[in-house]
Design a protein around this ligand. Structure first.
Ligand SMILES: *Cc1c(COP(=O)(O)O)cnc(C)c1O
Length: 210
């Protein structure tokens, strides 16, 4: 269950300009409603199929309350069309090919999609581009009219300060607004190191089945 008291404790202790993404994979639409009632403004989902089902149930509420719906999981080419329809921001762009596809799908439905580039500093999981590829991908995305690049996101090993610092340097180097970094276990450190957007699952919603 969404823990409203915990949420209020967290917002009381962090700077007010830090955005909180409520990560709701494996959580029900009822729990998402509860989170929204408690003041959560951004919902993050990992899987298109699951997100689409919840979106159908929640879309009126999302619109009415101006809630942003973010994709924070890897996006496959064959799911881009669905993703473009349901999300307000796709945080996990990691190739020119996927950027072009999202641009195309967004254009078809008359939408400007907010996007972030996922950077991988050597973590085991495969998603994300290497820092040396960032400049070229940013230039490409900035040419695409139906994409609006807002920042970078990363999933470094928990509490990996060196990675946090490098990510902040990259954000500054390329003049980006957002750094989506930090989860339940390390969000405080991430904020100290320059995160502007933290992604909180377990600490707000409790343990997940996956
Ligand atoms: C699941 C997930 C989170 C939330 O993780 P918690 O440790 O439960 O806070 C954040 N970001 C991404 C990309 C995730 O997949």
């Amino acid at each position: 269950m969404f823990n409203k008291e915990k949420y209020q404790d967290i917002i009381a202790e962090i700077p007010s300009n830090i955005k909180i993404v409520g990560v709701t994979k494996a959580k029900s639409p009822e729990e998402i409603k509860r989170a929204i009632d408690s003041g959560i403004k951004i919902i993050g989902e990992n899987y298109i199929q699951e997100a689409k089902q919840k979106y159908e149930e929640l879309k009126n509420l999302l619109k009415e309350k101006k809630i942003e719906f973010h994709l924070i999981g890897h996006l496959q080419s064959n799911k881009v069309k669905d993703a473009a329809e349901i999300f307000d921001c796709i945080q996990t762009i990691d190739s020119k090919k996927i950027a072009h596809k999202i641009n195309e799908s967004s254009k078809n439905i008359g939408k400007i999609m907010k996007v972030m580039i996922q950077v991988n500093l050597g973590e085991k999981q495969k998603s994300g581009i290497k820092p040396e590829e960032l400049s070229s991908l940013i230039q490409e995305i900035r040419k695409l009219k139906n994409l609006e690049l807002s920042g970078i996101m990363a999933i470094p090993e928990e509490g990996d300060e060196k990675s946090f610092e490098l990510l902040k340097e990259l954000k500054n180097k390329f003049n980006l607004n957002e750094l989506s970094l930090g989860m339940s276990q390390d969000y405080k450190l991430a904020i100290l190191k320059g995160s502007t957007m933290i992604r909180l699952g377990t600490i707000l919603f409790g343990e997940r089945s996956y």
